[in-house]
Design a protein around this ligand. Structure first.
Ligand code: NAP
Length: 263
């Protein structure tokens, strides 16, 4: 198993992509900390996964420095180490640009971007100390999005936060490369989670997405988890500073593709 005995923190892992990553990591042999703000969903994720390996839930709002400090301390307390961090927690707030509230802009940036910075810095401090005392270097994975490079006019803070994630990934990869610690990102296209739930009930929205998706289907969270498993493993030992897009072909597409009618 490629992550045997590694300790991984996955933020926003009570559901959606984070849950799929946590599940894949547990299956690959890792001890996993599910960090989230939804305590009920977090505990239920632990119940689902605990039959497969070591997994615990810790409450952590990634935008709060003290929560992040506790997350690191409690992870070390429970498992004695941190090898992998997945900065996955993220939110979307839709609003027309001219009506966008300052508070909403701040909230999205503080969770999606500052949260990834706070968690990365706190975990990297542990990882660097470990390397300096002869331990193995770790890996950090940031959840970006195709909206880091393309954009949606009524999701301005989200797009800005994901553009920032790509630069956070590059800059922190350079800062941590001398220690052997790798930092990469994943840029999902449209993935079937609660974040995308409204699409299920709205044929026009589904058509809009699929017409920009050459593979003509919405992705499954497990297809993002498999990229995370690769980036976390020693198979990616010379990969750092990269964002890998798992988007069914959306980014290379200029125009649109024809969407077959639903049966
Ligand atoms: P999701 O289903 O909404 O799950 C996100 C989880 O993060 C929820 O459990 C949420 O709790 C939690 N969370 C929210 N704020 C938090 C905070 N401050 N601290 C800790 N946890 C927090 O989202 P998803 O679709 O799996 O997306 C996960 C990541 O992938 C995000 O970074 C997103 O931007 C990215 N992504 C998703 C897609 C997609 O199509 N789904 C595409 C590209 C990128 P609550 O539910 O209580 O808020």
């Amino acid at each position: 198993m490629s992550l045997e005995n590694k300790v991984a923190i996955v933020t926003g892992a009570a559901r959606g992509i984070g849950y799929a990553v946590a599940k894949r990591f547990v299956m690959d042999g890792a001890k996993v900390v599910i960090a989230d703000v939804d305590d009920e969903a977090g505990q239920s994720a632990v119940e689902d996964l605990s039959g497969f390996g070591d997994v615990i839930y810790l409450h952590c709002n990634v935008a709060e420095r003290l929560d992040v400090r506790n997350l690191v301390a409690e992870t070390l307390n429970a498992f004695g180490d941190i090898d992998v961090l997945v900065n996955n927690a993220g939110i979307v707030v839709g609003s027309d640009f001219l009506d966008l509230e300052e508070d909403d802009f701040d909230r999205v940036l503080s969770i999606n971007l500052k949260g990834a910075f706070l968690c990365s810095q706190a975990v990297a401090r542990h990882m660097v100390e470990k390397v300096q005392s002869g331990g193995a270097p770790g890996a950090i994975i940031n959840m970006s999005s195709i909206n880091s490079v393309v954009a949606i006019p009524n999701q301005i803070p989200y797009c800005v936060s994901k553009g920032g994630i790509n630069q956070l990934t590059k800059a922190t990869s350079l800062a941590l490369a001398p220690h052997g610690i790798r930092v990469n990102a994943i840029g999902p296209g449209s993935i079937m989670t609660d974040m995308l739930a409204s699409v299920n009930d709205d044929p026009a929205a589904r058509n809009r997405i699929l017409s920009r998706t050459p593979m003509l289907r919405i992705g499954d969270p497990s297809e993002i988890a498999s990229v995370a498993a690769f980036l976390a493993s020693s198979d990616a030992s010379y990969v750092t500073g990269q964002t890998i897009y798992a988007d069914g072909g959306r980014l290379p597409l200029n125009y649109t593709v024809a969407v077959p009618d639903e049966d």
